[in-house]
Design a protein around this ligand. Structure first.
Ligand SMILES: Cc1cc2nc3c(=O)[nH]c(=O)nc-3n(C[C@H](O)[C@H](O)[C@H](O)COP(=O)(O)OP(=O)(O)OC[C@H]3O[C@@H](n4cnc5c(N)ncnc54)[C@H](O)[C@@H]3O)c2cc1C
Length: 451
């Protein structure tokens, strides 16, 4: 339960709120659309809700492709305003009609079109921020000379920048060696952005910090060209693994969206009678890739989508495929978008849970990952459909973990003890007994650091 909720009308209201909270040593928490899945906007704190009033688009510069927004702006409102100039904001979570830009910055959000435009961090130019101690700053990329000047000038600002520089200098090699090079690395603090090769970008380093470091008062965002024409290549494969194996070949064509679904999703949709007319539009196969190609003209988009189909057909990997547009393409997207609804409660199956959601992987190895993952599920007699942003390496799954029946479970959540067996998730040691002590932290295979 929050200590209180503040709905500021102006940035000055926020500054006053933070000053009062600081005076009383009270914690604060930002809230945008409140659509986060992991409790990011719930806490015993003074909750600052940016969505009601601080939701203005302050400017759009089509030449520089920069939009300046208050944090409460809903993504679709920005996209509608940018669309007038043939531009868009690339990352588009499924909650795009209600999530805010402040929340996207908090979570480093991604979406179907991140495959063409990257994560939110890749699309932030500058942030105007407020710290708990009342300091207002505009942050972004910082040249080495500028960094030295800021630190030399001292004060609280100099102190903060010196602290960040020290973190960078102390951990640079470990960050380079250990941060996985995958497009969906959105967990944890974005320290890689402080490396010299990334321009000591304080704005991008703050993206993904879930409101734990600063409040974002305004954001300067990069917009990208929005291809006015789209076609959808719908590709059917023997199974989802064969589909995932072809992700690198499809990526070489520069899609604006690349999603995958498996036959279990289709089966679950049938059982729930979800979008039966959409399912009728799927080509033959047991695993599918949906490849959205863009173009400046309808012919260009069509040609690019056909090239994807032709290439894969020549490689002999397709069971069936066609190019969809307009209403037909919309129908096919319904299959992908039904994912969450279709997999949560399937008639005749135990409830499935989001404990392994949003697995971030190397898209070039999506097929290997899915094969190993399915073997792991089978080992424990678990079930679940795999689908999601294959082109970006982000896989969704809900698993029918039998939580209430698990050994050690008691209805009082506090009395959970470790189950009979556990094992390292992917190809690690085989199950060990509960007598085994929690293993010592292992060494990172790439830099020998203790992880
Ligand atoms: C059905 C469903 C589908 C989803 N699909 C996706 C998806 O495809 N991709 C994806 O990335 N996410 C997805 N999400 C998660 C979530 O919707 C997104 O991450 C979204 O961008 C969060 O925006 P929000 O405005 O709701 O943020 P909130 O939940 O309000 O906040 C998110 C974080 O940002 C912080 N924050 C908010 N405003 C500020 C501010 N002004 N200053 C500092 N910190 C701030 C908050 O404290 C919090 O830590 C999904 C969620 C649901 C329920």
């Amino acid at each position: 339960v929050p200590i209180g909720v503040v709905i500021p009308r102006t940035p000055e209201d926020v500054i006053t709120t933070v000053a009062l909270c600081r005076e009383h040593g009270v914690p604060i928490l930002s809230r945008g659309g409140g659509t986060s899945l992991a409790g990011q906007t719930c806490n015993h704190a003074v909750v600052i809700d940016w969505s009601k009033y601080l939701n203005r688009i302050l400017s759009i510069d089509p030449e520089r492709r920069i939009a300046v927004v208050e944090p409460g702006v809903v993504l679709d409102d920005l996209r509608d305003a940018a669309e007038v100039h043939g531009l868009t904001f690339g990352p588009d979570p499924a909650t795009h009609n209600r999530n805010s830009l402040g929340g996207m910055i908090g979570n480093n959000s991604c979406g179907v079109h991140s495959v063409m435009a990257g994560r939110t961090a890749d699309n932030v130019e500058q942030l105007e921020i407020l710290t708990y101690d009342g300091l207002e700053l505009t942050v972004g990329a910082t040249g080495e000379e500028e960094l030295a000047t800021i630190i030399r000038d001292g004060g609280r600002r100099g102190e903060i920048y010196a602290g960040m520089r020290d973190i960078r200098d102390q951990f640079a090699e470990r960050i380079r060696a250990c941060y996985p090079d995958i497009p969906r690395r959105v967990s944890g603090y974005n320290l890689a952005q402080l490396l010299p090769e990334n321009g000591f970008n304080v704005a991008r380093a703050l993206v993904g910090s879930e409101g734990t470091c600063v409040l974002v008062l305004a954001a300067h965002l990069n917009l990208v060209p929005n291809p006015p024409h789209r076609r959808l290549a719908v590709l059917g494969f023997e199974d989802v693994y064969a589909a995932a194996d072809r992700v690198p070949d499809v990526l070489a064509h520069g899609p604006v969206g690349l999603e995958g679904v498996d036959d279990r999703l289709v089966e679950y949709m049938r059982r729930r009678n979800l979008h039966p007319d959409a399912l009728a539009h799927l080509p033959e196969g047991n695993g599918w890739l949906l490849v959205e190609m863009g173009g400046r003209s309808a012919e260009e988009a069509e040609g690019r989508a056909r090239a994807v189909v032709d290439d894969l057909r020549q490689a002999g990997t397709l069971v069936d495929a066609y190019v969809a547009e307009g209403e037909e393409a919309k129908k096919i997207w319904e299959v992908r978008e039904a994912g969450l609804a279709a997999t949560a409660h399937v008639p005749g199956m135990a409830d499935a849970w989001p404990g392994w959601e949003d697995a971030a992987i190397d898209p070039a190895r999506a097929g290997d990952y899915l094969r190993d993952f399915r073997k792991l599920l089978e080992r424990y007699d678990y079930h679940g459909s795999v689908y999601g942003h294959f082109g970006d390496g982000c896989i969704h799954v809900r698993i029918d973990f039998d939580l209430p029946a698990a050994p050690g479970w008691s209805s009082t959540a506090a009395s959970w003890t470790r189950p009979q067996t556990w094992c390292s998730p992917m190809g690690g040691p085989s199950p060990v007994s509960t007598a085994t002590a929690r293993p010592a932290p292992s060494s990172c295979p790439r830099c020998s650091a203790r992880s």
